[in-house]
Ligand binder design. Structure first.
Ligand SMILES: Cc1cc2nc3c(=O)[nH]c(=O)nc-3n(C[C@H](O)[C@H](O)[C@H](O)COP(=O)(O)OP(=O)(O)OC[C@H]3O[C@@H](n4cnc5c(N)ncnc54)[C@H](O)[C@@H]3O)c2cc1C
Length: 467
């Protein structure tokens, strides 16, 4: 059993099937390609991953076998380990990112040379992409019809962990390829289940519809990193909340939100090109400024737009950012600073403990208006209005930007509007303690719309010429 994004023993179809056939070796591969790819060089996520693998090792040992770690190219080390173990079959949970697909084809082919078969069972999503082909057979580009179809698929019954496991013992390289150190949140299946139980027992799931967008209340589940690593399955979440139907409107809202994860996963599985370029071809040729000074200000949380800066600082401090702040920070980068969304996407992948190729790409393309969002590109978030609506008292902004702690409520989201005396009273001089906005939102909004329009017109002309 080769573990990848399914680091648990409970509700684990691939492990259950492997165990039902006889002896099992549990393998995890420290793949240098993945660990050194710029997208994946994320100390915070790798520390979390290491702690999840440690917890998986404990769970497996309790059942009778350790986790064997091998460093190297999976197309080399998986067949080697399989031959050493005398295995006839390598089980995996399916993965669908473009790299995962290339890797698995290479591993399957190398295994074939040694007479070992490769079998993918289950996947990281609640519903496999192939089960929701859509009316035209190529899946869904719009979320609402996707959700309607997805919601019709019942939540699968639990697959209990094997009673015990046994198998040949193989040498392990250990987890030295991953950075050591405390993960930002407790890691492993038990910690994930405790987070899920707390979300339900505290009543947060029943307040989710109103609470999920209030930045200071932090009314969301914080399960994203657990789902990312597969220490928790989406079906486990579905069973625990009673799958929405017949429960509260808030549970329905939470269930619907969870469906976005499958939506973006399916989307990337069917359209792997989105990992590199805009889904909408017209917007592949937008002229970005990519100003390095503005990009650095955004990364460090110094744009002068408090909600955007608070989000970026939350991510730097904790490895997690509230969804509303992710949307606003992404929008400021793309539509105000005119920086290519792919640079922001990569920065989030480096900074987020839950950084996930499909969800992150989907979120960025949605916000940039280049992907699955049905709203037109000229609808641009206003960072001040968003902040007033979702952080009305400014508590979130004050928590992450201590320089603004003393700023009166009415200026908290536009501190540059304070007069000099108010700045002095608030202990925050604009331009010294906290920056004025690095760009003028109204002007840049118009500029962004003009650039999108220009790309759209050029694309239409090219398409017409080619027809
Ligand atoms: C620009 C941008 C980048 C993002 N990057 C990521 C990422 O790398 N990894 C990631 O897991 N999510 C990403 N999201 C989606 C969302 O922000 C996070 O899933 C959410 O904030 C995680 O917190 P939570 O677990 O408390 O969420 P909850 O609100 O409790 O939601 C429960 C679960 O549903 C899923 N989910 C919720 N919202 C979304 C969504 N919009 N898209 C996809 N799945 C969703 C997540 O698995 C989440 O854990 C991104 C959103 C944006 C706008």
């Amino acid at each position: 059993m080769w573990f990848r994004r399914d680091l648990r023993v409970d509700d684990q179809p691939a492990l259950a099937e492997a165990a039902a056939r006889g002896d099992v070796v549990a393998l995890w591969v420290a793949d240098p390609h993945l660990l050194s790819a710029s997208h994946h060089r994320s100390p915070v996520r790798l520390r979390f991953l290491r702690a999840c693998l440690g917890a998986l090792d404990e769970e497996l040992r309790a059942l009778g076998i350790p986790l064997v770690v091998r460093e190297g190219d999976p197309a080399v080390v998986v067949p080697e380990a399989a031959v050493e173990a005398g295995a006839d079959l390598v089980h995996v949970t399916e993965d669908v990112t473009p790299y995962a697909r290339r890797r698995d084809l290479a591993v399957e082919s190398a295994l074939g040379d040694t007479g070992v078969r490769f079998r993918a069972v289950g996947g990281p999503w609640r519903v496999p992409p192939g089960d929701l082909p859509g009316s035209k057979g190529y899946g869904y580009l719009v979320f609402t019809p996707f959700f309607r179809a997805w919601d019709q698929v019942p939540v699968a019954n639990r697959i209990p962990p094997p009673d015990s496991l046994s198998g040949p013992s193989l040498a392990s390289d250990g987890l030295g390829a991953l950075p050591d150190g405390d993960p930002p949140i407790e890691a492993g299946p038990a910690a994930a289940r405790a987070r899920l139980e707390q979300f339900i027992r505290s009543g947060a799931v029943d307040r989710y519809a109103e609470g999920r967008d209030l930045l200071a209340d932090d009314g969301t589940s914080h399960l994203s990193a657990d789902l990312r690593m597969g220490v928790l399955s989406p079906a486990q979440v579905g069973r625990a909340i009673g799958q929405g139907r017949g429960d509260t409107a808030s549970r329905d809202a939470f269930w619907r939100q969870l469906a976005w994860r499958d939506f973006y996963g399916h989307h990337m599985a069917r359209n792997p090109g989105v990992a590199r370029a805009a889904l909408k071809p017209a917007f592949r040729a937008i002229e970005w400024d990519d100003d390095p000074v503005l990009f650095e200000a955004w990364r460090e949380g110094r744009t002068g737009f408090p909600l955007c800066d608070a989000g970026m600082r939350q991510m730097r401090a904790t490895g997690w950012m509230h969804n509303r702040a992710r949307m606003v920070a992404a929008s400021v980068l793309v539509k105000d600073l005119l920086v290519d969304w792919r640079l922001g996407e990569a920065e989030f992948m480096r900074g987020l403990v839950d950084g996930d190729p499909a969800n992150n790409n989907g979120g960025w393309q949605w916000t940039a208006g280049t992907g699955t969002d049905a709203a037109p590109y000229f609808r641009v978030f206003n960072p001040v209005l968003q902040a007033r609506r979702f952080d009305p008292g400014g508590a979130y902004v004050r928590r992450w930007i201590p320089e603004l702690a003393g700023v009166p409520d009415r200026f908290i989201h536009e501190p540059w509007k304070m007069d000099e005396q108010t700045q002095r009273d608030a202990g925050c001089m604009i331009g010294t303690d906290y920056p004025a906005p690095v760009v003028d939102h109204a002007l840049r909004r118009d500029e962004a719309i003009a650039r999108y329009k220009d790309a759209d017109v050029r694309w239409a002309a090219t398409a017409e010429a080619a027809a």
